[in-house]
Design a protein. Structure first.
Length: 259
């Protein structure tokens, strides 16, 4: 009986020890775990001044100039039953056109061969495709720098080229627009700065230093349309040409810091 009581006491002691050790382990683990916290972002500005510290504004400057040259795209198209005959005829006609342009004062640097093609022509029927000949096209880019003579030069070229001459396009352009771009650039920056100052004043701030500047320039030539081929004629009148005006536009985007 005494031995039974002794074993029972030992069992109770072991259980009590396990409970004590478990309680200590749980408490130690709970105290070692980090307490939860909320992350707070920094309100300090970035070192270089971020977009939230500045103002971005777009300005536009536009200056009008008078075109002083004409760019023309022309071609000689010849169709013959034989490819050699078509090539020879196209070469002779193109040479005649070029000589006429030079005689009218067009410089060699303003004449440029810009394309050449040889295409077979077929007649399609129930019997299939039948070769009928070849078309040779020779392209010539021309710059006319004296607009007062450009009309008569074009008419002379039409007479020299005859029915084979085609004028695909002609555009009026500015020879040197650097000065106009400089003026438009100043206008664009002034426009952007006036807008930025207005926004800064409305926000109760003042403009600081310029952070970045970027720009886009547009000075597209004015196109002239020819709706029909220039035909030959012994008394072809000079093509009437009016220079008109051409806008040079600069768009600038400027970012200022705010203080």
């Amino acid at each position: 009986m005494a031995a039974s009581i002794g074993f029972r006491s030992l069992g109770i002691g072991v259980v009590a020890a396990v409970v004590v050790v478990g309680a200590y382990t749980w408490g130690h683990s709970a105290s070692a775990a980090p307490a939860p916290r909320a992350d707070v972002g920094s309100a300090e500005p970035s070192a270089g001044g971020g977009a939230n510290q500045g103002i971005s504004v777009t300005g536009t400057g536009r200056v009008t100039g008078t075109p002083n040259l004409l760019r023309m795209q022309s071609s000689i198209d010849v169709t013959k039953p034989d490819v050699n005959a078509a090539m020879q005829a196209a070469n002779i006609t193109m040479s005649t056109v070029q000589q006429t342009l030079k005689a009218d004062g067009v410089a060699d640097k303003d004449l440029q061969t810009s394309g050449l093609s040889v295409q077979p022509n077929y007649n399609y029927s129930d019997k299939g495709a039948q070769l009928t000949g070849y078309t040779v096209s020779e392209d010539l880019s021309v710059v006319l720098r004296d607009l007062s003579k450009a009309g008569s030069i074009i008419s002379d070229a039409a007479k020299a080229g005859g029915d084979a001459l085609r004028i695909g396009s002609a555009t009026l352009d500015l020879d040197d627009d650097d000065a106009l771009i400089a003026q438009a650039r100043q206008q664009a920056f002034a426009d952007a700065k006036a807008k930025a100052q207005a926004y800064a004043s409305a926000a109760g701030r003042s403009l600081g230093a310029v952070v970045t500047i970027s720009e886009t320039t547009n000075d597209q030539p004015q196109p002239m349309m020819f709706s029909a081929p220039m035909a030959a004629g012994s008394a072809a009148p000079a093509v009437p040409i009016q220079a008109g005006s051409q806008d040079v536009t600069v768009t600038t985007n400027v970012i200022w810091s705010l203080s």
